[in-house]
Design a protein. Structure first.
Length: 239
């Protein structure tokens, strides 16, 4: 079982701080516009999937967000400096987990599931720090970060690396993330089972499968094992 990080497990939004970081870079943003732009680019992959290595993908994400909020194109260099400020602030900040996270993880671990992270982020170390501060690091056997790997979602290679490190086949893994194309569609293209976590959705989309809460994940896993019984041994730990 593999998870995305930001927007799926932890809530990384800090709109007042982000507005101030932008102003320091001479970009004036309204809080409501920034919040809306972030949600649009993140949730819907509104401007197309991110490409490039890990760091450039993160910078491009923020360039799109700031540009949309400002109503004009912002240079990549400005987005890089903005992201550096966001990243520095996260070092000293404990990101809150979403309300459905702990119950989901407890259920999966109780069933002996092997869990990992695949994240477009600055580094594996930063992901581990975020998980540790949130009190959920021990739940995860593997952490794969685009910044460390030099390859970012939606490139299928980052999913394949995570699968190889778990020592299983792609079709024995379920991946869940909150981005439609960058997460769910990309994981499916890499041969994994995938779920699109759309907390504001209806749960009615079947391509890819849509859920509105992480509490649905154990049920989906059970259904998958019923229809693909050969996948069960690898899906669980040897304990």
């Amino acid at each position: 079982m593999l998870f995305d990080l930001g927007g799926t497990l932890v809530d990384e939004r800090d709109i007042p701080a982000w507005v101030e970081f932008a102003r320091e870079l001479f970009v004036d943003l309204e809080p409501d516009e920034l919040a809306h732009a972030h949600a649009e680019v993140e949730r819907a992959d509104a401007l197309g999937p991110l490409e490039g290595d890990g760091k450039s993908a993160v910078a491009e994400f923020w360039r799109r967000v700031i540009s949309r909020a400002a109503g004009r194109e912002v240079e990549t260099a400005t987005a890089v400096r903005f992201w550096e400020r966001v990243r520095a602030a996260q070092v000293d900040r404990t990101l809150p987990v979403f309300s459905d996270v702990r119950r989901c993880l407890d259920s999966l671990r109780g069933d002996g599931r092997r869990l990992g992270i695949v994240s477009n982020s600055s580094s594996e170390a930063s992901v581990r720090r975020i998980l540790d501060r949130a009190g959920i690091l021990d739940a995860f056997e593997r952490v794969v970060s685009s910044g460390t790997e030099g390859v970012a979602k939606p490139d299928p290679e980052i999913f394949r690396r995570a699968v190889r490190r778990l020592g299983v086949r792609p079709d024995e893994v379920l991946y869940v993330g909150n981005l439609l194309r960058t997460d769910a569609v990309a994981a499916a293209a890499a041969g994994l089972h995938s779920l699109w976590l759309n907390r504001e959705g209806t749960g009615l989309s079947e391509v890819p499968n849509e859920i509105t809460s992480l509490l649905e994940v154990p049920l989906v896993l059970s259904a998958l094992e019923s229809s693909h019984p050969a996948a069960e041994p690898a899906a669980r730990s040897s304990r």
